[in-house]
Design a protein around this ligand. Structure first.
Ligand code: GDP
Ligand code: IMO
Ligand code: MG
Length: 421
């Protein structure tokens, strides 16, 4: 019996999961997304081309790989079909390699409107949602009202759709919010029809059969640990479990079947949307990280907030996920900094702590440890031993603090710009 390996983000998303999955895929036969939906934007870069995936697993560019959208994912047929069309235009045929769980929930046009109306009503307290309908769809899932991919095949599909839409329209009447879903609804039904050519599968059975047959499977997370609905910076989080536990519920594999947990983090920190960010830099250093790191959202284009690496948060994420290997991304972005800082504790009104507190308000102040930077351009380096000593000191400090080895170091967006230890 094979175990399923998991790749997930340890910060506030956008750590580089798309690149890492693409780099690791040659070692796997199956890649399976386990939560989130089109709020995700996973970028891949190879042969001089860039691609962004929202719902489709990032193994899709490696020939022969099977890509499964698991039951924990929420799907907008419009966005998924646009994504499929874009990929097929590049010559990637998905009809045989893309499979969709019957138990994945559908994002209705009215879920998107509810998301937008709810955010607008929050005013200054808004989450900064990607407005893809994620929250309302997961609410209908746990509220036991949702529509699932398998329902598309039911003769009662239209009836169920109308019933759920009616419920949404009633809810919307409580908001002062103008909308028109006519055009989106038309595209949505076209999308639903177009999806019928793909295999709707009982992915929990399929995946467990693969594992029983010794087939290597990699689970791909979306978002990051600090956006987890239970352990993230609530309420400024997404609406799913982004942790390794989410791979169990989002794919139907037992906790005893989890193998390696690859935890991905940037050499610094970013966040898009609202919510606490203790190490955020609102100065020229933050701007430099944003400019050099091209820190703009892959889904929404919004500028990402940037700051120093936060070890209090990283250690929390390592603990929650049971990370077995760390992967450090975007190390090249910090080339040429005189000094590099890492938060090792928080000063709070209750004292200094290295444990992530219940609430991270404005009163939390990071305690930093400073490192010498690296002046060399490390993006051309391909072996750990060739990296500057100051850089290796940085990596080894993080490893020692987290108690987990850093096995891969990414020094650029391309597949090739990767150092494996
Ligand atoms: P994901 O959501 O975790 O897949 O990450 P995103 O794709 O949203 O954001 C990561 C961004 O960083 C993308 O634009 C990647 O192409 C880019 N990227 C990934 N790894 C590296 C790296 O090591 N160096 C640099 N400079 N860019 C990287
Ligand atoms: P990937 O997979 C970064 C953030 C949003 C917002 C909050 C809630 O590319 O790492 P939602 O649309 O889920 O209701 O938004 O979560 N967010 C992400 N931030 N990367 C993502 O995905 C994100 N998905 C959601 O910005 O703050
Ligand atoms: Mg992203």
């Amino acid at each position: 019996m094979k175990k399923i390996d998991v790749v997930l983000g340890l910060q506030w998303g956008d750590e580089g999961k798309g690149k890492v999955v693409d780099v690791l895929t040659p070692e796997y036969k199956v890649i399976a997304r386990f939560q989130g939906g089109p709020n995700a934007g996973h970028s891949l870069h190879f042969n001089g081309e860039s691609y962004v995936l929202h719902t489709i697993p990032s193994g899709v560019f490696r020939p022969g790989t099977i890509n499964i959208i698991g039951n924990g994912v929420v799907i907008d047929p419009v966005i998924l079909c646009e994504e499929i069309a874009r990929l097929e235009a590049t010559g990637t045929d998905l009809s045989e390699t893309l499979r969709i769980s019957k138990k994945a929930h559908l994002i209705l046009p009215t879920h998107r409107i509810l998301d937008a109306a709810s955010e607008a009503a929050k005013g200054k307290a808004k989450i900064g949602s990607t407005l893809k309908g994620i929250g309302p769809t997961y609410m209908d899932k746990t509220g036991r009202n949702g529509l699932r991919v398998g329902d598309i095949l039911s003769p009662q599909f239209m009836e169920r759709y109308e019933r759920l839409k009616e419920k949404h329209l009633k809810m919307l009447s409580h908001y002062d919010y103008q909308y028109d879903i006519t055009e989106y609804e038309r595209q949505w039904f076209d999308g639903v029809e177009a999806l019928r050519r793909f295999r709707f599968i009982d992915s929990e059975h399929v995946l467990n059969r693969y594992l029983a047959d010794g087939v290597p499977v990699l689970a791909e997370g979306a978002q990051g640990a600090l956006l987890d609905v239970d352990f993230g910076t609530y309420p400024f989080v997404t609406s799913s479990n982004t942790l390794s536990a989410g791979a169990c519920t989002g794919l139907g594999v037992a906790p005893t079947r989890i193998g390696e947990v690859f935890g991905i983090f940037k050499a610094y920190c970013t966040r898009v949307g609202a919510g606490p960010f203790p190490t955020e830099l609102l100065d020229a250093t933050g701007e430099r990280l944003r400019d050099v790191g091209k820190e703009f959202g892959a889904t929404t284009g919004r500028p990402r907030r940037c700051g120093w690496l936060d070890l209090v948060a990283l250690k929390y994420s390592v603990m929650l996920n049971g990370v077995t290997s760390l992967i450090m991304m975007k190390s090249d972005v910090m080339n040429g900094f005189d000094k590099v800082k890492v938060a090792v504790a928080y000063k709070t009104p209750e004292g200094v702590t290295s444990e992530s507190p219940y609430e991270i308000g404005d009163s939390v102040e990071p305690v930093y440890r400073e490192f010498d930077g690296w002046t060399e351009d490390i993006s051309k380096i391909r072996s750990y031993d060739a990296l500057p000593q100051t850089f290796r000191d940085y990596v080894e400090f993080i490893e020692a603090e987290c108690g987990v080895p850093v096995k891969i170091i990414s020094v650029g967006p391309d597949r090739e710009e990767t150092i494996t230890r």
